[in-house]
Design a protein around this ligand. Structure first.
Ligand SMILES: [Zn+2]
Length: 294
């Protein structure tokens, strides 16, 4: 669930970059444009997979590596807005954020009309929107930024954070037995070897908490230390990755395994799953990482 809706309050309208006679921040910046194109591509997949009903789901990407002097001097087009928490490792960082109440299927076609670029101010507790339009960021911004803050603090090169509602994984989270430590990870890994290979850290579990709550954000942050993908019971997943495609791919392979499990169950049997020995062999032969590789 996502509490955002299309009538979400916005700050006083300010001139857009278009209105100031400038073009999009993406113009003449191929690396930044490629990053945003990936976000748009993933947003389309989320919609096609049925994981992004209405305005469901969120994406934020740390784009600081693509920021040049001209961007650093761009005047804000919004008021100064509070993050709601202080995140000391985000000083001077820039993020692309999906807009509050915006739909993934719209973002897929018009990423800069359904998301915006924000600059974190020096107090590390507030931000401004700098491009292209005054699209207010997702209401989950504090929890997303807290994850980015942790990733930077831990020295990780991960840049992207994704929240979405993958159908089969959410369905499995409605069973208490599945939520016991390690149960879902082992079951999903055992469905096909590639799940183990491409989601080698497994799936973290966060027991049900109110969407958008501080408790959910804190519980997620604790799990993100050990897992790239974290299951929110009866809600969805939160994933981090080197870029947004990496975060999406990890959710996709885990959900594929959940789908195989459910196909077998719907044929009337419980799938055998790979044996522990077979899984250990895959881990050893492919030298799969046991913790975040970068
Ligand atoms: Zn949600």
């Amino acid at each position: 669930m996502n509490k955002e809706n299309s009538s979400s309050k916005v700050t006083t309208p300010r001139p857009t970059r278009e209105g100031q006679g400038g073009g999009s921040i993406l113009e003449n910046r191929p690396a930044l444009k490629a990053e945003i194109d990936r976000v748009a591509e993933v947003a389309g997949y989320l919609w096609q997979k049925g994981w992004a009903e209405r305005n469901g789901g969120n994406i934020t990407v740390n784009i600081t590596q693509h920021v040049d002097d001209e961007i650093r001097h761009m005047p804000p087009i919004s008021d100064v807005l509070p993050i709601g928490t202080t995140l000391p490792h985000l000083r001077g960082c820039y993020f692309y954020c999906k807009g509050t109440g915006r739909r993934m299927r719209d973002l897929a076609r018009w990423p800069m009309q359904n998301g915006s670029v924000i600059r974190i101010l020096d107090d590390c507790a507030s931000y401004v929107i700098i491009a292209d339009e005054v699209v207010m960021p997702t209401s989950e911004l504090p929890s997303h930024l807290a994850m980015h803050n942790y990733l930077i603090e831990s020295g990780s090169r991960y840049k992207a954070s994704l929240h979405t509602h993958p159908i089969e994984l959410v369905a499995m989270s409605h069973n208490k037995g599945m939520l016991r430590p390690g149960v879902m990870t082992r079951l999903l890994w055992s469905m096909i070897p590639e799940t183990l290979a491409f989601a080698p850290l497994g799936l973290g579990i966060v027991p049900y908490e109110l969407p958008g709550s501080v408790r959910l954000a804190e519980a997620t942050l604790r799990q993100i230390r050990d897992y790239d993908v974290v299951m929110w019971e009866k809600h969805g997943v939160c994933a981090v990755g080197q870029d947004i495609m990496d975060a999406f791919d990890q959710v996709d392979v885990l959900n594929k395994a959940a789908n195989i499990y459910m196909c077998a169950k719907s044929m009337g049997f419980t799938p055998d799953g790979m044996t522990d020995d077979a899984m250990r062999e895959v881990q050893d032969v492919f030298k799969l990482p046991k913790k975040r590789p970068c």
